[in-house]
Write a protein that binds this ligand. Structure first.
Ligand SMILES: Nc1ncnc2c1ncn2[C@@H]1O[C@H](COP(=O)(O)OP(=O)(O)OP(=O)(O)O)[C@@H](O)[C@H]1O
Length: 274
């Protein structure tokens, strides 16, 4: 369970990136965080894992206040927060298995991490996770031999290998094609539901967010202007979040993309039938 209460962040430049943000996230719930550029989405994610220090407010993960932890306790708390990144953040020259095991680095003693010797149960868990994300047969491949979608699956397995209590997911599909994006969003949401893991997904694509998340939080200029089920994201709500002009432009872009995908699907079917 994550409890964010009256969180605000003003950067030294004077930019007020978050104002009085409050919400709670129960086990297994996947929240899509949406909003225009500069709304404060990245700042919110960074304040939760304390890459950015909030100015005021509270962030509690399963009862532990994160905003006041000292460096040592913060390192421990961060083990419990799995991160999934837009650009995957894999070590390209290491194997898929080694990348997944790197999720345990916060737990193993320094000498073990240095020699990359992990306990048997960590390796068994990594195999299990690679199987879950559909990459069991790729364990020994180098990360740089994988496609974008496969890399993101490694990123997901690595985050889960941490045994997290919360997942923070930053634009997981921004570097992927539409079909792979849907597969990745489906995988993240299925895993969260089956393991009771709460997740916040910072996502630009409103259609994807609507299709796969349980709840949407809409930020605008650092404030929550919508918090509700995806089905309640009406045209009016989206106009409130993005503003008239940006939402109309986004809608047009989405419609064009869907047409292009439908055309590509039809072409594939014709080819397959030949
Ligand atoms: N390190 C920083 N120093 C000063 N101001 C910052 C810093 N990071 C972000 N900001 C400002 O805080 C506000 C929120 O930025 P943030 O990056 O959190 O928005 P965002 O919703 O994630 O945007 P995007 O979708 O473009 O990534 C913006 O006005 C931005 O200029």
């Amino acid at each position: 369970m994550l409890d964010v209460t009256r969180l605000s962040k003003t950067y030294r430049t004077g930019d007020q990136a978050l104002s009085d943000v409050s919400f709670s996230l129960p086990q297994g719930q996947v929240v899509g965080l949406i909003g225009p550029s500069g709304a404060g989405k990245s700042t919110l994610i960074r304040c939760i894992n304390r890459l950015v220090a909030p100015t005021t407010g509270s962030v509690k993960l399963n009862g532990i206040e994160l905003t006041t932890l000292n460096a040592r306790d913060l390192r421990k708390a961060r083990r419990r927060i799995g991160m999934i990144f837009q650009e995957y953040a894999l070590v390209e020259r290491l194997s898929v298995m080694e990348n997944v095991l790197s999720g345990r680095l916060g737990y193993v003693p320094f000498w073990r991490s240095f020699t990359r010797r992990f306990p048997g149960h960590d390796i068994a868990r990594a195999f299990q996770l690679l199987d879950r994300v559909g990459l069991a047969q790729h364990a020994d491949k180098r990360a740089d031999a994988l496609s974008g979608g496969q890399r993101q699956r490694v990123g997901i397995a690595r985050a889960l290998e941490q045994d997290p209590e919360l997942l923070l997911v930053d634009e997981p599909t921004a570097s992927l094609d539409p079909r792979t994006s849907r597969q990745i969003m489906r995988l993240i949401t299925e895993i969260c539901r089956e393991s009771g893991l709460p997740a916040i997904v910072n996502i630009h694509d409103v259609v994807l967010a609507q299709a796969f998340t349980d709840r949407i939080i809409g930020l605008r200029a650092g404030r929550i202007v919508f918090d509700g089920p995806p089905s309640a994201l009406s045209h009016d709500v989206l106009t409130t979040i993005y503003g008239e002009e940006d939402w109309n432009a986004m809608r047009k872009g989405t419609a064009e993309q869907q047409d292009a995908e439908a055309e590509a699907d039809a072409a594939m079917q014709v080819l397959a039938a030949q």
